[in-house]
Design a protein around this ligand. Sequence first.
Ligand code: ZN
Length: 274
Amino acid sequence: MKRRTLLASGGTALAGSMIAGGAAIRSIRRSPGRSVARAENALDRDRIVETLMEGTDRETAAYEVDGSEEGPTAVIIGGVHGNEINGYRVAADVTGWEIDAGRLIVIPFANVVAVERNTRGGPDGDLNRLFPGGREPESDLARAIWRVVEGADPDLVIDLHRSRGLFNTHHRWVGQAIFPTEGGGAIDDAASVIDHVNEHYVPWTMRFHRFTLGNVQDDDRDAGLLVQKVNLDLNVAGFLVESTDFLLDLDTQIRWTGAITELLLDRHGIRRTA
Ligand SMILES: [Zn+2]
């Protein structure tokens, strides 16, 4: 993996242009920002299976969506970075999906404090640097999230993000790319889904926004990325999905991120029916 491309994606220079989050996820009464409110409205609270970090300011929920037939298990995570709105909006939406087979475990607001503040990191810094391979995650929240991921015994894990620029175009940025793990056939899955999305979703007039295959997430024990821990510790299919907000409106980010999520699940035999 090229560290410069994946590890340097910090920065909040453009954050002021985003809609502010501004209020507690757990309390919709406190007039949350519009993006957070929309995500909260999409949640199916009857499907909560576990509350992580209960009673703390980091408290957040895991949801389960069950298909009628037996099948694989997928974990879907949004809001690891709190200002990546497309990720938590799509993950919240997924909690209301119906599927034909298998099981989804969804954590829509992984980093609630950061989502509330509409910032990349939370009080413990960048959550997606706290998941070293082969060792305990490095914060209480990261450990709670990892317990859910590992406990689900997943066949695939999808971590939804957004970058500022375009992978392979802008130095440092990683947008419009899917970074697969080495295990579980993830590279082929990612390549297939990228072809489909470029063919059916990205208009031909937007060639810079065509998705590309990112570096395989297989070789950095210390980077602390969730998807790398999935590769190193679980050796299953994992996908770091990066949209961009470079010349791309939020609704389109959400539509494409949602399509990628649905297509990755479909590759594993989990089909959305409603
Ligand atoms: Zn991110």
